[in-house]
Design a protein around this ligand. Structure first.
Ligand code: ADP
Ligand code: ZN
Ligand code: ZN
Length: 703
């Protein structure tokens, strides 16, 4: 983000007033209510910005945050007095308020909506007068003596690791540290760099904030931090916590008792008063973008927060986002590189299997699931007692059922999507709305009994592999087999324990796991992303395949015989050629050249205005009116508003989805236009009664 941030100064408590004063209070008000700013209330006691309190709203009482900035001047008699104040909590820090101000403005949400949404929901249910009791209980819990484990032995750093750690610790002493991109191949010891950098921050009496893209990666990283810092207090923040746990974590961070906060995207808003370091692991991961409500990017906000707090931000990845890459090229981020695997472990050999060389299947027959050479590689691993991963990014048994007699397909009546066949469950499931039905015995249209499953998902692949590899222990890891954290962790534990020979799965298998016995990774049918309408699809595929490849040969002894097989119809594609050489630089250069030629991000800045209605014409009309309103705004000539088009998935759960792309060459111009546009959009919303919802997505991931 390019907006310069000035760290606000710490406020001094106002002197006790004789008459009630007006205070601004941010409360939760969803965007569609049209309420933009904080509301004014009256208080007889002096209140500090950042204090939590309860205030009346209509006939209810809601949680609010005293906001900074001048309160409204006109003392309207209608102003109501504030309710109880959370006296036992320290006020949220000025930098926290500034972060929320920025995020709300940047993502075009009301500050109250965003600020209240990132607090633990449990706070809303608590009477401020009793909170002190909860805090006392928590304090007792915290007084528990920490285990007096001996300090763990540290591995000697490789030269590149030592350089990276030194650069980060030097940056800690700087007044305005430059964000750092830690680009390191899988298994190069990035996590060790995070640990050392965190140690430096903790030794200086500061806190470390560590972000991970997904909840299923938190336990691993938590374990490594816990092992390294047995004497320190670490709290987790992610959606897998109970409301009470979430509150406890938040309180410990807010009270400055937690030294390390580790969590998913929401934790970028963790209240921390002694922040010394921010780490964003797998910074390229799309999970950092919130896709509902305020559509913020935790990665981008982490960078902003680092600037605000004047602390180093370390963005780590084997396959950095092209946004971060370009900033390195422009000299705005400092790059730290780890080009070697730890202990000089070799990277696995990537082999492309050209599916075009296989003999054409006879009419009515399917091409083989696995090429003979790939199958042979799998059998070799089985023979040696090594593990293999087979990656197919599609769950279910088959993406669609089809009647050969009449042409019926298992479309979803509510969505513009196929219902996926789940064989074991005997269901047809729409992955976009909640519709689940039993699989019909015969074609619903013509009664034909012979309906066929077209294509292949992980469930089918598991079945096919069982047929091809008799006796092998085959496991599957996808959203269907790992529905909760418990199930996921137990499945991962099976793999680690060696109870699985071949693990089939979606991208879930590619993420960060330190599987020591895997020596073969097979990517089945990854080609579709090469020609997808979404311009980021190749970038994501490259990252996924590099991640998948990174699961092989993590044990140095096995690295030399580790391989990755990619089954493709396009082995000459630049993406696969770069993958084969583990060459992120070549891939980034080719993608950036394409993006620049097409005027796409990171060379331009985008926002999407989305509208949903039962009637597509109404949604389109809303967008057209919005475009007309935009054309009259100052600065409109610097921004391109494209005509409304149906979204890629143009119908979900009965709602027609239409969207409009807004593009500008400068972020500031885009921001200026969006801000000026908002009142008109709220007005149009009111005049389009049938509209179900609208939303603006700044820096959308997919268009
Ligand atoms: P990455 O995060 O880049 O994938 P990790 O930090 O997980 O890599 O390191 C891979 C493995 O190497 C881990 O088991 C880690 O404990 C080990 N490791 C990291 N740095 C060193 C080092 N300097 N000496 C020995 N082992 C190391
Ligand atoms: Zn039919
Ligand atoms: Zn559906």
């Amino acid at each position: 983000m390019t907006v310069a941030a000035e760290a606000p100064t710490t406020p001094t408590p106002p002197t006790a007033p004789t008459a009630p004063v007006t205070v601004r209070v941010a409360i939760e008000a969803p965007q569609h209510s049209g309420l933009i700013g904080p509301l004014d209330y009256l208080s007889t006691a002096p209140l500090l910005p950042g204090q939590l309190l309860r205030v009346p709203l209509g006939r209810r009482e809601v949680l609010g945050i005293v906001w900074h900035g001048a309160a409204g001047l006109d003392e309207l008699p209608s102003k109501k007095p504030v309710g109880a104040v959370f006296d036992s909590l320290p006020p949220l820090a000025p930098n926290w308020l500034a972060l929320l101000d920025f995020a709300a403005a940047y993502y075009q949400r009301s500050v109250g909506e965003l600020a209240l949404a990132v607090l633990p929901p449990e706070l809303r249910r608590i009477d401020p007068l009793q909170l002190s009791r909860r805090l006392a209980r928590l304090a007792k819990l915290l007084a528990r003596p920490m285990p007096a484990d001996p300090a763990p032995a540290l591995p000697a750093l490789a030269a590149a690791q030592a350089d990276a750690v030194q650069a980060i610790t030097l940056a800690m002493a700087e007044a305005a540290p430059v964000p750092m991109l830690l680009q390191g191949v899988t298994g190069s010891g990035k996590t060790e760099v995070y640990l050392r950098a965190a140690a430096a921050a903790l030794d200086a009496g500061k806190q470390a904030l560590v972000l991970v893209p997904e909840i299923n990666l938190t336990p691993q990283l938590e374990a490594r931090f816990a092992e390294r810092f047995p004497q320190r207090r670490m709290v987790a923040m992610h959606s897998g916590l109970t409301p009470a746990q979430r509150l406890a974590s938040w309180l410990q961070a807010a009270l400055g008792q937690a030294d390390i906060v580790l969590g998913t995207r929401l934790s970028v808003f963790a209240p921390m008063t002694r922040l010394g370091l921010i780490v964003v692991d797998e910074e390229h991961d799309p999970s950092y973008k919130q896709q509902e409500g305020a559509r913020y990017s935790a990665r981008d906000l982490a960078v902003y927060r680092g600037r605000l707090e004047r602390v180093p931000v370390v963005l780590g990845s084997a396959t950095p986002s092209l946004e971060s890459w370009l900033r390195v090229v422009q000299g705005r981020y400092q790059r730290l590189r780890l080009d070697q695997r730890v202990g000089d472990g070799a990277l696995p050999r990537v082999r492309l299997f050209d599916m075009g060389v296989l003999p054409r299947p006879a009419a009515g027959e399917l091409p083989p699931v696995l090429a003979p050479l790939v199958l042979q590689s799998l059998r070799e691993r089985l023979g040696r007692g090594e593990q293999s991963l087979v990656f197919l990014n599609r769950r279910g048994y088959a993406p669609v059922l089809h009647c050969g007699a009449c042409g019926w397909k298992s479309g979803c009546p509510n969505c513009s999507a196929w219902r996926v066949f789940h064989k074991r469950e005997r269901t047809l499931r729409c992955h976009h709305c909640a519709l689940v039905e039993r699989v019909p015995r015969a074609c619903p249209d013509c009664g034909n009994l012979d309906i066929a499953a077209l294509g292949q998902g992980t469930e089918r692949l598991e079945e096919q592999l069982a047929g091809l590899l008799p006796g092998a222990r085959i496991g599957r890891l996808d959203a269907d087999t790992a529905r909760g954290q418990g199930e996921l962790q137990s499945r991962l534990a099976q793999v680690h324990a060696g109870d699985v020979d071949v693990l089939v799965g979606t991208q879930m298998v590619t993420k960060g796991h330190d599987f020591r016995r895997v020596t073969l990774v097979v990517a089945v049918n990854p080609d579709s992303a090469l020609f997808a309408a979404d311009f980021r699809a190749p970038e994501r595929l490259f990252a996924l395949l590099m991640q998948a490849a990174g699961r092989a040969g993590r044990d140095a002894d096995a690295a030399a015989r580790s391989e990755v097989w990619v089954q493709t119809w396009h082995p000459q594609h630049a993406l696969y050629q770069a993958l084969q050489r583990h060459d992120m630089d070549a891939f980034a250069a080719s993608q950036l050249a394409e993006r620049q030629g097409a005027g796409l991000p990171p060379y331009s800045h985008l926002a999407l205005l989305r509208a949903e209605a039962r009637d597509a014409a109404l949604a389109t009309d809303f967008l057209r009116a919005a475009a007309a309103a935009a054309a009259d705004l100052p600065g409109a000539e610097a921004v391109m508003v494209y005509p409304p088009v149906p979204a890629t998935l143009n119908k979900i759960a009965g709602m027609e989805r239409v969207q409009m792309l807004i593009e500008a060459s400068s972020r500031a111009r885009l921001q200026a236009l969006l801000a000026a546009w908002m009142p008109a959009l709220h007005g149009l919303r009111r005049s389009h009664k049938g509209l179900a919802r609208w939303a603006i997505d700044v820096d959308p991931l997919a268009i």
